[in-house]
Design a protein around this ligand. Structure first.
Ligand code: RB5
Length: 150
């Protein structure tokens, strides 16, 4: 599995740690930056990563900023991106089962590195449940195409 991963300066340390974790699980991590703790603007990282996920250049994405909020706002403006800000494993699991989320967003100033790894593991290992949830996700896709709200 090919995973795009990116952060701003606030999430840099967590990004590096999760990159190593992904590699230890035999996954390919594609790094969208940033490359240090020097101040960075999260849209500069979030947009390219979300576009790569939406165009299926990578299988899934992980975005990290201080709270996770900025990256969530950015990623969800890209049609085809379904970014889920998850602060615990339950939310991460449900974001996959119910929302078919394709980008996990983490807040590096909100959760610790161990929690981030647990959340990432559950996000990557959980399948979309389909069924009634597919109908709802399809309505999101229709809305993106300007074809009404359901
Ligand atoms: C950077 O200071 C901070 O604003 C950013 O990481 C993020 O939390 C924005 O939502």
């Amino acid at each position: 599995m090919k995973i795009g991963i990116g952060s701003d300066h606030a999430g840099f340390e967590m990004k590096e740690s999760l990159k190593a974790y992904l590699c230890s699980r035999g996954m390919e991590a594609v790094d969208f930056g940033c490359q240090s703790t020097e101040s960075t603007d999260y849209p500069d990282i979030g947009y390219p990563l979300a576009k790569a996920v939406a165009s299926k250049n990578v299988d899934k994405g992980i975005l990290i900023c201080g709270t996770g909020i900025g990256m969530s706002i950015v990623a969800n403006k890209v049609p085809g991106a379904r970014a889920a800000l998850a602060g615990n494993v339950r939310t991460a699991r449900l974001s996959r089962e119910h929302n078919n989320a394709n980008i996990l967003v983490l807040g590096a100033r909100v959760i610790g590195l161990d929690e981030a790894k647990d959340i990432t593991q559950v996000f990557l290992d959980t399948e979309f449940a389909g069924g009634r949830h597919a109908r709802r996700v399809n309505k999101i896709t229709m809305g993106e195409a300007g074809k009404g709200e359901g």
